[in-house]
Design a protein around this ligand. Structure first.
Ligand code: ADP
Length: 320
């Protein structure tokens, strides 16, 4: 293999730059030429593809977002659009592609692989919702943002005897909420993997907490579970305590990546290059028990499920 491409796709995540940097630097070390694709699959299709050298990735390791740009490009689901994208790479002699992104981006990478064009998936998403890896690039940074937000809310909650609901991202994965609630010492946690959503039960738990002498409370909840503003009204109605909902939103996506995310991204980007050098295509990279691993990207998407960390959830319940 002589020439590879790299792109970032889907929701951006802090650490994506560190991953691209590692791909470029390790690729060059291995004697490869590395091409960067701007704006994800959209740029792949339009041919927005440029050769990168080691200085193209200077001063990027500490930056959030992705300097290559990202895009949502639903047209990539069409086979003729993917054929044109493959043609763009063949014209330039690019033999394989590293895709840094979430599960949607993995779908795109899987489809290209099925069409005979080898891709390697690198998990870049703050949601931590990818099968075959304990951690995704960006999760740790987002988690620290959520933890800090909870800390700040706690100050005002305890001063005013308020109840605070914090809605965090994660799509359908409760990891951000779970980890942040433990780290932030939240009183209540609602995540999609635990019991089915039951507002009455949560209201009762909050009531019980107040009866036991709790003067304030922080409820951490994953997005898409319920309307948090309506929930705040209902809690306030039932408890008589002022209740506010805070939706952290895209604040969770920004900022300089943490040390953990930079190192994880560097390891994964480098590993993706090593796999291509060894002649392996159609794989996705993960980290399990601090060991880099790779899986078949088709199998990972079709058959693997992310296990729910029940032990960590049970711990969170014991500490409330
Ligand atoms: P994420 O990668 O963060 O999950 P998306 O779900 O938006 O983000 O996916 C990113 C991009 O991946 C989409 O805009 C599209 O270009 C591509 N993609 C998603 N699903 C598919 C699919 N089923 N087939 C081909 N490409 C897809």
């Amino acid at each position: 293999i002589k020439r590879i491409g790299v792109l970032t796709s889907g929701g951006d995540a802090p650490g994506m730059n560190a991953a691209v940097r590692a791909v470029v630097r390790s690729g060059l070390q291995a004697g490869l030429e590395v091409y960067g694709v701007n704006n994800g699959f959209a740029g792949l299709h339009s041919g927005d593809i440029h050769k990168l050298d080691r200085y193209s990735v200077s001063d990027t390791i500490n930056k959030g977002g992705t300097f290559l740009g990202s895009a949502r490009f639903p047209d990539f689901k069409k086979v003729e659009v993917r054929e044109q994208a493959i043609e763009q790479m063949r014209e330039r002699g690019i033999e394989a592609l590293i895709v840094v992104g979430g599960d949607g981006s993995y779908m795109g990478a899987k489809k290209l692989t099925e069409m005979g064009y080898p891709c390697i998936g690198v998990p870049g998403t703050i949601d931590n919702d990818i099968a075959g890896t304990n951690f995704t690039i960006g999760f740790d940074t987002a988690l620290n943002v959520v933890m800090e937000a909870i800390d700040r809310l706690r100050d005002t909650c305890s001063s005013h005897n308020r109840i605070s609901i914090v809605e965090v991202m994660g799509r359908h994965c409760g990891d951000l909420a779970l980890w942040a609630s433990i780290a932030g010492g939240a009183e209540f946690l609602v995540i999609p993997e635990a019991d089915a959503w039951d507002e009455a039960k949560l209201l009762q738990q909050i009531q019980d907490g107040i009866a036991k002498g709790k003067k304030h409370a922080i409820v951490v909840i994953t997005e898409h579970v319920t309307d948090v503003n309506a929930l705040a009204k209902n809690i306030e109605g039932q408890t008589g305590l002022e209740t506010r909902a805070t939706v952290l939103g895209h604040i969770q996506r920004g900022g300089s990546p943490t040390c953990r995310d930079r190192v994880l991204a560097s390891r994964m980007g480098d590993y993706a290059v090593q796999l291509l050098v060894e002649g392996q295509g159609g794989r996705c990279v993960g980290i399990l028990a601090n060991k880099l691993v790779h899986h078949d990207i088709i199998e990972a998407l079709e058959e693997m499920v992310r296990p729910f960390d029940k032990e960590l959830y049970d711990l969170s319940q014991r500490l409330f």
